[in-house]
Design a binder for this molecule. Structure first.
Ligand code: PBG
Length: 327
């Protein structure tokens, strides 16, 4: 048979396949999300996320060192306070849970890069990402509190802040306050393209942050929309974001690509709790091979344009990269 093109020629051996590989991955792009709780001597497995834990500040060290050894360069902290109130006061206390976690992490693992998730929902009694005015989420009055939260995290040792609340104007508000306090070089990674997603279900169990009434659809995006994703990304670029995030990752590869093509900023994607829980459940039921699925999901995010991949599988992926399973 005379065939001019035989794509199979380039698939004949592992060496050749690797040589022509289009997507290359690297451990330096990984971020591990970690939950911190009040109290002492606590390491509690999160029921909705088997293999993931909530750590009290005194129990974080072992995990942080393990991450460093595996070559995961960065962690993102989520604080779970014991006291929640309508204004999310514990989000911006000097001695708040996440602030203490930053101080401890800097002390025990100075080489780790520390990122703070900035949002109100883990800290408010009503579980919404902003403060309320009646039953409405009050955009403009939330901005000052978010900026205060970001500043207190940076003062405690956060190297970067990542606002995930989806209030309009928060990147500009945070940038202004950081700059006025001398933190002109602290980057903002904006959860710019964040959808109202059922994939966050297990996280809300982990952080005890499900909204007490209603849902998040008045501030998080409608997942039918693509052009709006570009609008959100470009607004945050104008407000001074340094990195743009798309979240979730797995079902949103098209939007990772859109954002990548429309901005010249680094693009992050967040493989969220529901993605993790689904992989774990299917693997435990013997339906899929866990490590192969983790690799395939990660590469799909990178192929879509991800520069920074935030995932609960960060340590596993670092090991798979070392083993050459993906590369
Ligand atoms: C806080 C926040 C959420 C997640 C990250 N930051 C929850 C939400 O918006 O409901 C979800 C992360 C995950 O599901 O892994 N707003």
């Amino acid at each position: 048979m005379e065939l001019i093109h035989r794509p199979r020629r380039l698939r004949g051996t592992a060496t050749l396949r690797q040589m022509v590989r289009e997507t290359r991955v690297n451990k330096s792009s990984l971020v591990y999300p970690m939950f911190v709780i009040e109290g002492d001597n606590r390491k509690e497995e999160i029921p909705s996320m088997p293999g993931q834990y909530r750590y009290s500040v005194d129990c974080m060290e072992e995990k942080l060192i393990e991450l460093c050894r595996a070559g995961v360069p960065a962690v993102m902290f989520f604080g779970i306070p014991s006291q929640k109130d309508a204004l999310g006061t514990s989000a911006y206390l000097e001695d708040g849970i996440v602030q203490r976690a930053f101080r401890k992490a800097k002390e025990v693992c100075p080489e780790l890069y520390l990122i703070g998730d900035v949002c109100m929902c883990e800290y408010t009694s009503h579980g919404h990402c902003g403060i309320l005015c009646g039953q409405e989420i009050d955009n403009d009055n939330t901005l000052g509190l978010l900026a205060k939260t970001a500043l207190s995290q940076v003062q405690a040792g956060a190297d970067m802040v990542a606002p995930s609340d989806m209030m309009d104007g928060r990147v500009a508000a945070i940038r202004r306050v950081l700059d006025h306090n001398g933190y002109i070089n602290t980057p903002i990674m904006s959860y710019a393209v964040k959808f109202a997603s059922s994939f966050y279900g297990p996280f809300r169990d982990a952080a005890n942050s499900a909204p007490a009434f209603g849902d998040r659809k008045s501030y998080q995006m409608d997942y039918h929309n693509r052009r709006e994703a570009i609008k959100e990304a470009m607004l945050d670029v104008q407000e001074g974001a340094d990195i743009i995030m798309v979240k979730p990752a797995m079902a949103y590869g098209d939007l990772i690509r859109e954002v990548k093509d429309h901005t010249d900023l680094p693009v992050a994607s967040y493989s969220v709790s529901g993605e993790y829980a689904m992989v774990k459940a299917a693997a435990q039921a013997g339906l899929v091979d866990e490590s192969s699925i983790i690799c395939e999901m990660a590469v799909s995010a990178y192929r879509a344009g991800t520069d920074i991949y935030i995932t609960y599988f960060a340590e596993e992926l670092a090991n798979y990269m070392d083993q050459g399973r993906i590369g």
